[in-house]
Write a protein that binds this ligand. Structure first.
Ligand code: GUN
Length: 295
């Protein structure tokens, strides 16, 4: 059994990007600039956005954090997005989700300039992904592909079962694993809350990608010997033995499922750290495209 070590791989990627940024600086070029918009005070979102901004600083990117109050109107947020679209100094930006309920998320995602959409959430970029055109692949799915690639996990001709159809993980993953090339060329089954007898599906799977948010959902009796397991679950479970009062738990009963797995991601330290590294990679790509467009 091999642990897919997201911490290690993400550090490698960050080192590679740091090197590229240093070379840009040495050539006197502008470094990539990422902006993040955070509306409201959601605890998890504050943590994620804080990590994204700190990661930018560490690798030498410029970063801007735009904090807006919980009471922000849709109109005010759309105005801010237009400012970021127009700001030539900013190469890419993200709007952290979820948004407060008075704001229509679809409308907001549509307002982001697709060339600055480093989250890959704009319908144009999502469509380009499905059509195998150059695009920004959403960071978490992109991170999963990168891990499969760096650990040389065979995906061609394999049966991949994705659990969960979220727009951020499950749905894009189901598309990416069926695309031509490596990683890809899989036969994909997308399962969700209305799927009857998920166990019947998972028992047939060579690769299982769970993005459900139900701690310990995937049990050892649901998988076959030699399975590849990618756990995208990140649920905060109360834990009084921890200083912060909770621990992060995945969708997989790791202790027992790992015994039957050929490759498996731990939680924490698997997919999670990859997400930020891939956002940085998308920002680097956005900078290169922005520069080429102006040349
Ligand atoms: N909320 C949870 N995951 C993400 C993400 O990858 N990007 C953004 N913008 N919001 C999120």
């Amino acid at each position: 059994m091999t642990i897919l070590d997201g911490k290690k791989v993400s550090n490698q990627i960050k080192e590679e990007i740091t090197q590229q940024v240093a070379e840009m600086k040495a050539r006197g070029e502008k470094v990539p600039h990422l902006a993040a918009v955070l509306v409201g005070n959601d605890g998890a979102s504050l943590t994620y956005v804080g990590s994204k901004v700190r990661a930018c600083e560490r690798i030498g990117f410029e970063s801007t954090l735009v904090k807006m109050p919980e009471t922000t109107s849709e109109e005010e947020l759309l105005k801010k997005i237009e400012e970021l679209n127009q700001n030539d100094d900013i190469d890419g930006f993200i709007v952290q989700l979820p948004l407060p309920k008075q704001i229509d998320t679809q409308k907001v995602l549509l307002a982001v300039d697709p060339d600055k959409d480093v989250d890959g959430f704009h319908p144009m970029n999502f469509g380009r992904m499905a059509l195998e055109m150059e695009t920004f692949i959403p960071a978490t799915p992109f991170g999963i592909l990168e891990m499969l690639e760096r650990y040389e996990v065979e995906t061609s001709g394999k049966h991949t079962v994705v659990i969960g159809r979220s727009h951020i993980v499950g749905r894009p993953m189901s598309i990416l694993m069926g695309r031509k090339g490596f990683p890809g060329n899989s036969t994909v089954t997308l399962t969700h809350s209305r799927t009857k007898n998920i166990k019947e599906m998972t028992l047939q799977a060579d690769i299982i990608i769970t993005a459900l948010g139900v701690p310990g959902f995937l049990k050892a009796d649901m998988v076959k010997e030699g399975v590849v397991v990618i756990d995208v679950g990140i649920t905060r479970v109360p834990d009084v033995t921890r200083d912060r009062g909770y621990r992060i738990t995945g969708d997989v009963d790791f202790e027992n499922v790992s015994k039957k797995s050929s490759f498996i991601t731990p939680v924490p330290g698997g997919v999670g750290p990859m997400t930020i590294a891939m956002l940085l990679k998308n920002t680097l790509l956005a900078r290169a495209r922005h520069k080429a467009a102006k040349a």
